[in-house]
Design a protein around this ligand. Structure first.
Ligand code: HEM
Length: 169
């Protein structure tokens, strides 16, 4: 795909030359870059599949997190392929996942902020155990931590802000 050349509000022409133009990468170029980066680290469908299978086997056996998942997940044959699609979209930009994680977590009961540290701990150990190369660990953890922060914001911070606004009025 040809690179787009886009003019900004500050661009101007002098003679036959354009000044202060900048190059914007297209979505396809960004996707191709992420895919090349993931492939160079050894991330592929087989790795994502074993990461998800191993992670949730550990989660299900976890003293604190196991019962939370047991209560909320009716069908693991549905949850595991969904989570493989999710991680392949996050790590390899495949676009296979099209769900809504925020409402899925907002409806959970009995989850505390601190549970996210436990979740991330199990996730990090699993990525470390299975990573095809050392760079895979920070690559996944950066993404998992960022998503965990936005889920915590939606589950705990925003509802308590809304409540305190309601009591003020
Ligand atoms: C304490 C932390 C967490 C708990 C207890 C938790 C629990 C759950 C449960 C029980 C479900 C299934 C909900 C359902 O099927 O109705 C779920 C779905 C999901 N979780 Fe989490 N989760 C946690 C953290 C995270 C994090 C950090 C991520 C991402 C990095 C994540 C990504 C997802 C995704 C993508 C789904 C599927 C949502 C959908 O499309 O239905 N979760 N989680």
């Amino acid at each position: 795909m040809a690179a787009e050349r886009v003019s900004c509000a500050l661009c101007f022409s002098y003679g036959d030359r354009n000044y202060m133009t900048y190059r914007v990468r297209s979505a396809e170029e960004r996707r191709a870059e992420i895919q090349a980066q993931a492939a160079a680290m050894g991330i592929d469908d087989a790795f994502i599949s074993s990461l998800v299978e191993t992670f949730y086997a550990r989660i299900r056996a976890h003293d604190r997190l196991g019962p939370i998942f047991a209560q909320a997940v009716d069908d693991w044959n549905d949850h595991l392929p969904k989570m493989k699609d999710f991680w392949s979209s996050v790590a390899m930009s495949t676009g296979r996942y099209s769900g809504k994680p925020v409402p899925a977590h907002q409806k959970l009961t009995g989850v505390a902020r601190e549970d996210f540290s436990l979740w991330l701990g199990v996730f990090e150990t699993t990525v470390r155990d299975l990573a095809p190369s050392p760079e895979v660990v920070p690559f996944f953890m950066k993404r998992a931590e960022r998503i965990a922060e936005s889920l915590k914001l939606a589950m705990f911070t925003l509802p308590s802000l809304k409540k305190s606004r309601q009591t003020e009025n």
